[in-house]
Design a protein around this ligand. Structure first.
Ligand code: HEC
Ligand code: HEC
Length: 354
């Protein structure tokens, strides 16, 4: 409930702060700033980009600086990257739920941001519908970056204004050096759209690259993943292994966190959470919205047992009767979704350390 309230106050606050959003359209859409391309593998769909935030590399560069800027937190110690680390597929390191400013304990596991550009619902409960809408939420969230009052937001903007590098970065991105919440959100969203992961061993194998490390265990695992007993690919579907929809997978008999129900207030949505992408999943442990599964084997065992049968559990989740060897094969397949080029990509590293 606390999170939902935090979410609501954010809407009100953002409404007040983004009233000058329309001014931004002119320079961005003017002929002097062309839209740049976001490079994706040939077998991936084009990245959707909203018309009010055309993609430019200059905006993404600014967004990267902001993503790694600890001045976005009230205690000056955390940035987006503290909980979304590139080495872990832009998720955090081994925490069940994330820890924000002043050691405040959150209630949910930090999401991975690999290929986030393709999603339309954000957060485990889908309470946001664009990256631009989402981007400033963590700054305002009292248990993340902590600026829960207008005065604290103003202080953060003042600190950003004192950084000489931002004068150039904001001018390159938006035509002048004014810093506001709307521009910060657009720049961070632009950077997030570049987080494209499409060169895992599985991708290489699909493209018939002879160097792909995708052996017999991985192939058996993929076959199981696609079959009509496990149903894995019914929810983890498509290039990004998610239907971007909400399901209860029966991990708890009585859900402590209502998930989608907290947004819709409908009891039939209790315990429904967004299907997470499985890109780089081997790097994002622990698993599920509350981080209750410590490794991949543990979560596959949960699916194998068929769930706790809470009243909203999806009918696709049932006892699977997989052998230990088959569980291991599915784990091998999931491991093949790790993309080393993605996590080592220099374009994602901390620009303040360059
Ligand atoms: C203290 C840790 C923490 C910090 C700092 C943080 N996040 Fe997150 N992030 C999370 C958690 C936890 C979630 C899932 C929360 C939920 O679903 O309610 C999340 C979810 C997200 C999502 C949604 C992903 C999805 O699949 O739906 C995006 C996008 C995101 N964060 C971007 C950011 C950006 C941008 C920043 C910096 C402005 C940031 N985060 C700062 C912990 C953090
Ligand atoms: C009914 C849809 C559905 C089916 C079928 C399904 N999943 Fe999931 N999966 C989800 C949802 C929803 C979550 C998040 C649940 C939560 O957090 O409470 C999830 C979470 C996961 C996670 C954790 C990822 C992370 O980042 O935390 C893994 C791994 C996973 N599923 C793999 C599988 C495999 C393997 C199968 C088949 C054996 C499978 N799933 C079947 C919907 C499904």
């Amino acid at each position: 409930m606390k999170r939902l309230l935090a979410g609501l106050s954010v809407v009100v606050l953002l409404g007040g702060l983004t009233s000058c959003a329309e001014d931004d359209q002119a320079p961005v859409n003017s002929k002097s700033i062309d839209q740049d391309k976001i490079t994706v593998p040939t077998d991936f769909p084009a990245v959707p980009v909203p018309s009010d935030n055309p993609f430019t590399q200059a905006k993404a560069d600014l967004g990267r600086h902001l993503f790694y800027d600890t001045r976005l937190s009230t205690n000056g110690q955390l940035s987006c990257a503290s909980c979304h680390q590139v080495a872990n597929g832009f998720s955090d390191v081994g925490k069940d739920v994330s820890i924000g400013v002043n050691q405040a304990r959150g209630t949910r596991n930090a999401s991975s941001l690999s290929n986030i550009a393709y999603q339309q619902n954000f957060f485990w409960d889908g309470r946001r519908h664009s990256l631009e809408q989402q981007a400033f939420d963590p700054v305002l969230n009292p248990i993340e970056l902590g600026a829960s009052t207008q005065a604290e937001v103003a202080k953060i903007l003042t600190k950003l204004n004192q950084e000489p590098k931002y004068k150039t970065l904001f001018t390159n991105a938006f035509g002048d050096d004014r810093i506001d919440v709307d521009r910060i959100s657009k720049a961070i969203a632009s950077f997030e759209r570049t987080m494209i992961s499409g060169n895992s061993e599985y991708d290489k194998w699909r493209r018939k690259d002879p160097t792909a490390q995708f052996g017999e265990a991985e192939k058996r695992g993929l076959t199981l993943f696609l079959d009509s007993n496990t149903n894995c690919s019914r929810c983890h579907e498509g290039v990004n292994f998610t239907d971007d929809k909400f399901h209860s997978t029966g991990i708890e008999r009585v859900y402590g966190d209502g998930g989608l129900e907290m947004i819709t207030n409908r009891p039939e949505d209790n315990g429904k959470f967004k299907t997470p992408s499985l890109r780089n999943v081997a790097l994002t442990a622990p698993y599920d919205h509350n981080g209750m599964f410590k490794d991949l084997k543990e979560i596959i065992k949960h699916y194998n047992e068929g769930g706790m049968k809470n009243f909203t559990q999806d009918s696709l989740i049932h006892q699977l009767n997989l052998s230990d060897a088959q569980v291991n094969d599915i784990v091998a397949f999931l491991n093949s979704l790790t993309d080393r080029d993605f996590i080592n990509n220099k374009a994602f590293k901390n620009p303040w350390k360059e």
